[in-house]
Design a protein around this ligand. Structure first.
Ligand SMILES: [Zn+2]
Length: 344
C-alpha cells in the first residue's frame, strides 16, 4: 500500500511523462511549476522582480543586468518543517535535496519529476524562491557531493558532470542550465545538483552570451572570451561534439593547473542555442576564496557569471536608487571573482 505522498508522486510523474512525450522536457517542467504553485510550495511568482540593464557608454553590445528580487532575501529565514514527525528518521543531517527529507520537510507539498540521464537518476524539484521563470533544481537521487571531481574516474567525474549538464540542456530549448561548484555559488554543497531556468521573455540573451559572439583568443580545442570580467572558455556545436571537445580540453587544463587545483572550483553553464540545433557550454574557473564579493548580499553563482547580478537587500536597493550602479560597477563586482585560466 503506497503512502499518500508516494501515490501523489506516481500520479504526477505519469502525467508529466505524458506531457514530456508530446511537448518535451521543458513542457513537463512548466507543468511541474504550475502544480507546485497550486500546492503553495512556490512562494514567489516573480511579480516583484525588477530587471535593469546597464550598457557600456560607448558600446551597446556590452552590458550587465541587475535583478532586484526582494523575496530572495526571505530564503534565509528557512523554509519548511525542521523537526521530523515521530517515527521518521532524518537522512543525511536533514539535507534539503534528499527526497526522504523533502517529503516531511514540506508537509507533502513538494513533489518532483524523475529524469534519467544515462545511468544516473535525478529528480527535478522547483526552487521555492526562483530567480527566473521555471527555476528548477535537478538533483541526483543519491546523496552525493556537489564537489567537482577534478581527478579522473570518480563517480561524479568531470566528464559525467559535463555530459549530464549538456544532455539536459539539449532537451530543454529556451532554458539555461548551470552547475555551481562548492564555493562558487552552491548553497547545498552536500548534494549534487544542477539548476535550470527559462530565459526571461523580455531579455532572452545574457551578457556572457552576447560577449561570446566575439572571440579574440583560442587555443587547440577551446575559445576564450576576451571582453568579459571573468576568464571563460566556451565550446559551441552539436551536443556530443561539445562534450567531447570540452572533456578532452578539461583534462589538459587540469594537468596544467595541478599545483593549484585544491584552491579552485568552477561554474559551468550550458544552453541550447536559440537559433539552430547547436549548443553552447561555458567553463569559468573560480578561486575557492572568493565565493562572495564585498558589498553584495548573495553568493556569486551561475546567474551572476552570466552577467545578471541578483540584488535582494535594502542596502543593494539603495545603491540602485542612488544611481550608484552602472556598467563599470557591475564589471568590477564580477572582476573580483576572476581567476586566470592558466597561471602562465
Ligand atoms: Zn541529500
Amino acid at each position: 500500500m503506497l503512502s499518500e505522498y508516494d501515490s501523489a508522486w506516481s500520479e504526477l510523474n505519469a502525467r508529466l511523462r505524458g506531457i514530456e512525450d508530446g511537448a518535451g522536457l521543458g513542457g513537463a517542467l512548466a507543468e511541474l511549476q504550475a502544480h507546485q504553485q497550486r500546492t503553495g510550495f512556490i512562494k514567489d511568482h516573480l511579480e516583484s522582480v525588477d530587471r535593469h540593464t546597464f550598457y557600456h557608454p560607448r558600446d551597446s553590445s556590452r552590458f550587465f543586468r541587475v535583478q532586484y528580487n526582494p523575496k530572495r532575501a526571505l530564503r534565509f529565514n528557512g523554509n519548511g518543517i525542521t523537526a521530523p514527525p515521530s517515527g521518521i528518521v532524518v537522512s543525511n543531517e536533514g539535507c534539503f535535496l534528499c527526497r526522504d527529507n523533502i517529503r516531511w520537510q514540506q508537509g507533502g507539498s513538494q513533489l518532483g519529476y524523475e529524469i534519467r540521464i544515462g545511468e544516473t537518476a535525478y529528480y527535478a524539484w522547483m526552487n521555492p524562491f526562483p530567480l527566473l521563470p521555471t527555476h528548477i533544481v535537478v538533483a541526483t537521487e543519491a546523496h552525493t557531493s556537489q564537489e567537482w571531481g577534478f581527478e579522473h574516474g570518480g563517480r561524479r567525474g568531470k566528464s559525467m558532470l559535463l555530459s549530464d549538464l549538456v544532455a539536459l540542456a539539449a532537451r530543454m530549448p529556451g532554458y539555461v542550465g548551470f552547475y555551481n561548484g562548492v564555493d562558487a555559488g552552491a548553497s547545498i554543497p552536500g548534494h549534487m545538483h544542477l539548476q535550470f531556468c527559462q530565459r526571461p521573455e523580455d531579455d532572452p540573451e545574457f551578457p556572457l552570451e552576447r560577449a561570446a559572439r566575439v572571440f579574440e583568443d583560442s587555443d587547440q580545442g577551446a575559445n576564450f572570451l576576451s571582453r568579459y570580467p571573468v576568464a571563460a572558455a566556451v565550446w559551441q556545436g552539436a551536443a556530443a561534439e561539445v562534450v567531447e571537445a570540452a572533456s578532452s580540453w578539461m583534462s589538459q587544463w587540469t594537468h596544467r593547473n595541478r599545483d593549484r587545483l585544491n584552491n579552485l572550483t568552477a561554474n559551468f553553464i550550458a544552453s541550447k542555442d536559440q537559433a539552430g540545433d547547436g549548443l553552447s557550454l561555458y567553463f569559468v574557473p573560480r578561486a575557492r576564496s572568493t565565493s562572495r564579493v564585498n558589498g553584495l548580499h548573495g553568493l556569486i553563482g551561475g546567474l551572476e557569471i552570466l552577467g545578471e547580478v541578483v540584488f535582494s537587500s535594502p542596502e543593494e536597493k539603495k545603491l540602485l536608487d542612488d544611481g550608484a550602479i552602472d556598467y563599470f560597477a557591475l564589471a568590477s563586482y564580477l572582476a573580483r571573482v576572476r581567476t586566470p585560466m592558466f597561471l602562465s
